[in-house]
Design a protein around this ligand. Structure first.
Ligand SMILES: [Zn+2]
Ligand SMILES: [Zn+2]
Length: 322
């Protein structure tokens, strides 16, 4: 229509949006050569070099795109990568969660498998002793089959969703779904072979993860039994922590990203103590795949008896490597 008349939205924006649609996430560093190329294509007599694209230029594009794509239920959001600390911008669908979107490209049995992998990340490999929140390839492959024929039901809470019976995937099917999840930027694969949720998935799945794995459904149900608060938030930035640090008191729910500690201490007037229980924050146990290697022995049976033995055993054997 007439957005040709809109000086703040031209072909360079459309070209940049095309690029984002194709790859879902981008950093400022990655955007610089792209924006330089689309601007040069627009005004060949005045070429733009990647180093000419400032952070402010980039943000200006993001803002302009956001005003145009909101009608289509999309929004570009940003978060910091928990490991690289780079700021990641992702094209997020504001009306449907990631699992709904995955369902358009995958079969129901594949989605059921992905949910079992998420259960392995956020329940089996996320205990009070060890918050790994990631799975090895072998652990993921063990999710190829639904648990032993019997109906799987969560033992407590208000989300007693009896999973519809789903067919097992073969090992190679499960492996290729895991590879696709990485290609589609829902999962990340670390150098040590752990699969975890990508920044984009954490942005898109935030509400779903809380609804599914926190029985209280609230964000800060403090002091509740840790079993009920599987998804925890950074005391500084309020984003989900799947890689970071935890309070030395294993029953305390305080978590912080490694790169957020400085902000936390600053906000506490320099006191390096737990924002919740006030214990000294020295040698905090890790959250993330390091928790599988650093002494954290996954609890095999929680008080409620959430058992998925084979996966726990696997996590345990993983803990003894290294
Ligand atoms: Zn944080
Ligand atoms: Zn604490």
């Amino acid at each position: 229509m007439s957005d040709n008349d809109d000086p703040a939205y031209d072909n360079t924006h459309r070209a940049f949006l095309q690029f984002l649609l194709a790859r879902q996430t981008i950093t400022y560093t990655e955007a610089k050569p792209i924006l330089a190329a689309v601007q040069t294509a627009q005004t060949p007599d005045r070429p733009t070099l990647p180093e000419d694209v400032s952070q402010a230029d980039f943000e200006y594009y993001i803002d302009a795109l956001n005003t145009h794509i909101s009608d289509f239920d999309f929004e570009i959001r940003s978060t910091y990568h928990q490991v690289s600390r780079e700021r990641i911008y992702a094209l997020v669908n504001t009306t449907s969660d990631a699992l709904t979107q995955m369902a358009t490209a995958h079969t129901p049995d594949e989605i059921a498998f992905v949910k079992r992998v998420l259960d392995a990340m956020f329940e089996t490999n996320n205990t009070q002793r060890a918050e790994v929140m990631a799975v090895t390839s072998i652990q993921a492959l063990k999710c190829a089959k639904p648990p032993n024929g019997e109906q799987q039901r969560r033992d407590s809470g208000n989300h007693t969703q009896v999973a519809a019976p789903s067919a097992a995937l073969t090992g190679s099917q499960a492996q290729s779904v895991m590879e696709l999840m990485v290609q589609e930027d829902w999962f990340e694969l670390s150098a040590k072979g752990y699969h975890s949720l990508s920044p984009r998935a954490l942005m898109e799945l935030r509400a779903w993860l809380v609804d599914t794995y926190n029985d209280q459904g609230g964000q800060d149900s403090d002091e509740e039994d840790d079993e009920h608060v599987k998804i925890k938030f950074c005391a500084a930035c309020r984003e989900i922590v799947t890689v970071g640090q935890r309070c030395t008191d294993l029953s305390c729910t305080a978590r912080v990203h490694n790169h957020c500690t400085r902000n936390l201490w600053r906000s506490q007037g320099g006191r390096q103590e737990c924002p919740t229980c006030k214990k000294a924050w020295t040698d905090p146990p890790p959250v993330g795949e390091k928790a599988a290697r650093q002494g954290g022995r996954p609890v095999t049976n929680g008080p409620g008896g959430r058992r998925r033995r084979s996966l726990s055993d696997e996590a345990l054997s993983g803990a003894e490597e290294d």
